[in-house]
Ligand binder design. Structure first.
Ligand code: NAP
Length: 257
């Protein structure tokens, strides 16, 4: 089935949370090249978000930058209201914003940091999906759509000694993806997950371990870390009509890990 377009302007409207850097930025740009109009969400790095928006406009599509902390319900609501007003009814979501917290064993971990990770990676992701469902689902008067949640290979590895709470947050995303996929299967919305392994982004430095990729890369079966663009490829496929019979799936992009 051809992707729907209105004149030159596509009807596909995608929100990528955490799209200023890393995997989110790669997804936003790849999607723009495929004709999506893209809402770029970020929380602190405005300059980085502006760079992504400029690249999207250069690729001939439309970008909307929205600063919002997607761990907070009021900010999630404002994010979606802005998209409704400025881009139109959302058709696609990549639930990507996520943090690991600070690398440590559990006994030394700060409870406030653990809460922050769960608030964003679990509660935030679920509330973002809820707002998307209210726009996409035929049960809510929408025309259908597709959601991709960012899980992690950590969900099945457990991340011992590094960030077990983060692994647990991604295990929650796996269960949520499966449940929501089955709940929405008859309502025109496909829901899938992608589980990256070790990917070269800033997330490792923000967890307090800037050398993590260099240290762990050689230990991966493919003997290297992956790139954000390699993860974006799988996400774009799941969003597209090429994956029209795929829901509740979880694609591991982890170099054999
Ligand atoms: P990253 O490079 O650290 O980028 C994180 C993005 O999320 C940034 O755009 C950041 O915005 C945004 N963000 C952080 N907190 C936010 C909040 N409260 N509200 C809104 N946006 C927020 O991360 P990444 O490595 O690309 O990871 C993206 C996703 O993939 C995450 O869910 C992560 O768990 C998952 N993943 C990553 C890896 C990996 O090895 N990199 C592996 C498995 C899974 P600012 O720029 O404004 O700070």
């Amino acid at each position: 089935m051809p992707e729907a377009t209105v004149g030159a302007m596509t009807k596909k409207i995608l929100l990528v949370t955490g799209a200023s850097r890393g995997i989110g930025a790669a997804v936003a740009l790849a999607a723009a090249r495929e004709g999506y109009r893209v809402a770029i969400n970020y929380v602190s790095d405005h300059k980085a978000a502006e760079k992504v928006a400029a690249a999207i406009e250069k690729a001939g599509s439309q970008a909307l930058i929205v600063k919002a902390d997607v761990a907070r319900e009021a900010e999630i609501n404002r994010l979606f209201e802005e998209i409704d007003k400025k881009l139109g009814r959302l058709t696609h979501l990549v639930n990507n914003a996520g943090i690991v917290g600070r690398v440590s064993r559990l006994g030394a971990a700060d409870p406030a940091m653990i809460r922050q990770v769960i608030d964003l990676n679990v509660t935030g992701a679920i509330l973002v999906a809820r707002e998307a469902v209210r726009r996409m689902s035929t049960a809510h008067g929408g025309e259908g759509g597709a959601i991709v949640n960012l899980s992690s290979a950590a969900a099945t590895l457990g991340s011992p000694g590094e960030f077990t709470w983060y692994a647990a947050s991604k295990g929650a995303i796996d269960s949520f993806t499966l449940g929501l996929a089955r709940e929405l299967a008859k309502d025109g919305v496909r829901v899938n997950a992608v589980s990256p392994g070790l990917i070269e982004t800033d997330i490792h430095a923000s967890g307090g371990e800037p050398d993590r990729v260099a240290r762990m890369g050689p230990l991966i079966p493919m003997q290297r870390a992956g790139t954000a663009d390699e993860v974006a490829e799988a996400i774009l496929w799941l969003l597209s009509d090429k994956a029209s019979y795929v829901t509740g799936a979880n694609i591991r992009v982890a170099g054999g890990r």
